[in-house]
Design a protein around this ligand. Structure first.
Ligand code: AMP
Ligand code: MG
Length: 403
């Protein structure tokens, strides 16, 4: 059995960043920048008002209330036609350019109209209040994001405001995935015949790929038949950058993925000293890397996390390949196999200032319900075998939104 770190290094050495392409912002979410983004403009591009109110010279408000004449109105999208002169105000809306000569904005709530041409100002805010300076958010020339940053909605927002409408990114990987097993029927099957189970893995893999920003091609559920599998794998290799299979990589007579993989391309390794996810085959079909994940849904998810996710992120050019880890206090004693690195499905919680975690349910690799309620994978390192209640462990963070 290969240690996890060695197996992952081999996988990572076998995949390479995909070509650089220019994409529209609307197609860029989840992809990683292929170059640093340097601001060629200030954001905001001009001094403007942070409030609906009146642009003033602060020196005119030394004794309030004061009534001052309104020179003009400046809505957002317009520009003032004149500078602000001492002893007068210009009505201004949020986001409208600050008139030359103005140094402060008084919000509308601190004013009241006097006829149609004058306003009474009843508060004297500090000099510079409610003024947003040009470049106050991003200064021209600043490196805003570095190559390898994966673009989330907020990154896209910054790029849009800078006028970077077609960022350079690494192309989106295409992954062909399939499940294997004669026992599998679609999730929509109302009544199971004896021996049948509903296919969970198609949905797990499809959704994980989608969350990662990878394009998935569902090849389908393949029976335990060497010819059918051979054909499906060859077709997958023609269409995709990566192939992912689930099931059929253990020791059983019907575990054909490894056998067909050996025939068609070659198995680079098989069996990793980890739990769950030990039977894991990595190889190539006609040059296309194949991740042969185990069949049990929990093992699928854990093996995907440890191998396929970092490999896909490397292909995307992401600077971060691994999940962030946090230290958390394990709430109960756990004994594991010391010959393996063990990933416990845990739920993270706060106990006062301390981050704690507890098993989210049964830890057998077929127990899906414990996976669904877990938001982290606690790591029991190789050679450890035992964690006492109250000991701190590393937890790979899967999600934080439901912590
Ligand atoms: P295998 O590695 O093919 O022997 O599969 C291991 C276990 O995972 C068996 O109990 C399978 O029935 C189960 N399994 C395989 N594929 C799926 C799937 N797509 N959805 C749910 N369970 C599966
Ligand atoms: Mg099977």
């Amino acid at each position: 059995m290969k240690p996890l770190a060695e197996a992952r290094d081999e996988v990572l050495a076998a995949v390479h960043p995909l070509p650089v392409v220019e994409v529209l912002l609307e197609d860029a979410r989840g992809l990683a920048l292929a170059e640093d983004v340097v601001a060629t403009e200030d954001v905001p591009p001009f001094d403007n008002s942070a409030m609906d109110g009146f642009a003033v010279q602060r020196a005119d408000l030394n004794s309030v209330p004061v009534v001052l004449p309104i020179l003009e109105d400046v809505p957002a999208g317009s520009v003032p036609s004149q500078p602000l002169t001492s002893g007068s105000v210009i009505k201004i809306m949020t986001g409208a350019p600050l008139p030359e000569g103005a140094d402060t904005v008084v919000k509308v709530e601190d004013t009241s109209p006097v006829g149609t041409t004058e306003v009474q100002i009843s508060a004297a805010p500090d000099l510079g209040t409610a003024v947003r300076r040009a470049g106050g958010d991003v200064k021209r020339g600043t490196t805003v994001f570095t190559a390898g940053t994966r673009l989330s909605s907020t990154h896209l927002s910054v790029l849009a405001s800078l006028g970077v409408a077609k960022p350079l990114v690494r192309r989106r990987p295409v992954v062909a995935y399939m499940t294997t097993g004669d026992e599998l029927v679609p999730a929509s099957t109302a009544t199971l015949r004896p021996g049948q189970i509903r296919d969970a893995n198609t949905h797990t893999v499809g959704a994980i790929l989608d969350e990662l920003g990878v394009e998935g091609i569902n090849i389908g559920a393949i029976g335990d038949d060497a010819d059918e599998l051979r054909e499906a794998l060859s077709s997958a290799a023609d269409q995709a950058d990566i192939i992912i299979t689930t099931g059929g990589v253990s020791m059983g007579e019907y575990d054909l993925v490894k056998q067909v993989l050996t025939e068609l391309g070659g198995v680079e390794f098989w069996k990793v000293a980890m739990q769950p996810g030990k039977p894991f085959a990595f190889g190539r079909i006609a040059g296309t890397p194949l991740f042969g994940l185990p069949g049990n849904p929990v093992s699928v998810m854990v093996a995907f996390e440890q191998f396929a996710r970092p490999a896909l992120l490397k292909m995307m050019g992401s600077s971060a390949l691994l999940r962030p880890r946090l230290r958390a206090r394990l709430e109960r004693e756990v004994s594991t196999n010391p010959e393996k690195i063990v990933f416990l499905r845990v739920a993270l919680r706060h106990d006062g200032d301390v981050l704690t975690c507890d098993l989210s349910g049964g830890q057998d690799s077929n127990v899906l319900s414990a996976l669904a309620s877990a938001n982290g994978l606690a790591v029991v390192p190789f050679g450890t075998g035992h964690v006492a209640a109250g000991e701190f462990v590393d937890v790979e963070i899967l999600r934080l939104d439901d912590q």
